[in-house]
Write a protein that binds this ligand. Structure first.
Ligand SMILES: [Zn+2]
Ligand SMILES: [Zn+2]
Length: 145
């Protein structure tokens, strides 16, 4: 059975300004920076992009559609560093989905992703919709703080 990462608890490091995981005690995890162990400058909303990025670290991409999508969105096939949520132009699942069609439109003059049968959306659009449902469930189940 596939499982999914919980919503990430992230804070903005006051020193390097990167998005770093926050311990239960409220301090930043070590990330090789003077900000290690300090209180975050701000707590960051666990957006769809941030949650998906946390999911990308998993090793179950061969059997988990959400992990597969996450790695496609954030990992690069070359030696260049992987993207982070701060590097991408989308925050929500709708924006990630819309972006696929915009790229296709720029490339081919049409936003249809499956030209041979004229379907606008393909399997990866459906994976985005699936990930969006998982995320929405996690948000709905979140305890009010
Ligand atoms: Zn830092
Ligand atoms: Zn689509």
């Amino acid at each position: 059975m596939t499982t999914h990462n919980p919503l990430p608890s992230l804070g903005l490091c006051p020193v390097c300004q990167r998005e770093i995981r926050v311990r239960k005690a409220g301090t930043l995890y070590a990330h090789h920076c003077d900000g290690d162990g300090r209180e975050p400058a701000a707590c960051l909303e666990p957006t769809f992009a941030r949650w998906l990025h946390a999911q990308a670290a998993r090793r179950d991409a061969h059997e988990n559609r959400v992990t597969y999508l996450a790695q496609a969105a954030f990992h690069r096939c070359t030696r260049s560093p992987n993207r982070t949520p701060a590097d991408v132009t989308w925050t929500t699942a709708e924006e990630l989905h819309g972006r696929r069609h915009l790229i296709q439109l720029a490339r081919t003059g049409s936003d249809v992703l499956v030209p041979y049968n004229g379907e606008r959306c393909d399997w990866r659009c459906r994976d985005i919709a699936h990930a969006s449902e998982v995320y929405d469930r996690l948000v709905a189940a979140r305890e009010p703080s």
